[in-house]
Each structure stands twice: as structure tokens, then as C-alpha cells.
Design a protein around this ligand. Structure first.
Ligand SMILES: [Zn+2]
Length: 117
């Protein structure tokens, strides 16, 4: 919903502060609110947790899984594992795209007035 409003906002040239606020809302939603799979590595080392989690950056109710995702994000030592954990399905890829896109849009809304004067 917010993402759609964001696209309309850009194409209709809404006021940039509105677009910036909307962008932050979209990326915060995707990062911390959207329902996704947890995706943390299970104890067997081969499968990924399929419990419900909220936000591409968060894990499920198991504290160990949340820590595991945090650590993966911070350390980035296993980039392959990270992308598999964060984006196991097309839907998760889309959510991550929203998170990144919202952030880029927010940055653009701040930079555009600086560049165009
Ligand atoms: Zn989990």
C-alpha cells in the first residue's frame, strides 16, 4: 500500500518531504513489520527456519535466531548464507527490494532538491 503510494508520489511529483516520509515508512515496514519466514540456519546446519517472523531484518520467536540474523547482517562473513537466509523466496526478495528501494527513495528525496537547487 505505502509502496504504491510512494510510486504515485514520485510520478505525480508530490512535495519531497512527503515522499521522504513515505519512503522511510516503506523501508521501515519492510525491514521490521512485513510477515516473512525467519530464515535462520537450523541446528542441523542444512535447513532454514520456517517460523513466522516480522520484517526482513528480524527473526522468529527464538532469540537465538534473531541473534543469528543480526550477526549475519553485521558480520557479512558468509554473504551466500546471508542472502539465502534473508531471501529464500521471491516474496522475500520483493520485501527486501522494498526495504532497499524505500531507503533509496528516501535518500533520493533528500538529494534531489540539493542537486536541482
Ligand atoms: Zn527461527
Amino acid at each position: 500500500m505505502a509502496a504504491a503510494a510512494l510510486i504515485v508520489g514520485w510520478s505525480q511529483q508530490w512535495a519531497l518531504p512527503v515522499i521522504a516520509a513515505l519512503s522511510v515508512a516503506v523501508s521501515a515496514y519492510a525491514a521490521f513489520q512485513v510477515p516473512v519466514w525467519c530464515g535462520a540456519l537450523n541446528r542441523d546446519g542444512r535447513t532454514y527456519c520456517r517460523d513466522n517472523a516480522y520484517g526482513v531484518l528480524m527473526g522468529c520467536k527464538r532469540r537465538q535466531h534473531r541473534w543469528q540474523k543480526m550477526k549475519m547482517i553485521v558480520m557479512r562473513s558468509k554473504a551466500g548464507d546471508l542472502s539465502r537466509a534473508l531471501f529464500p523466496t521471491a516474496k522475500e526478495k520483493f520485501n527486501a527490494f522494498l526495504a532497499v528501494g524505500g531507503l533509496l527513495s528516501a535518500v533520493a528525496a533528500v538529494i534531489v532538491p540539493v542537486v536541482t537547487g
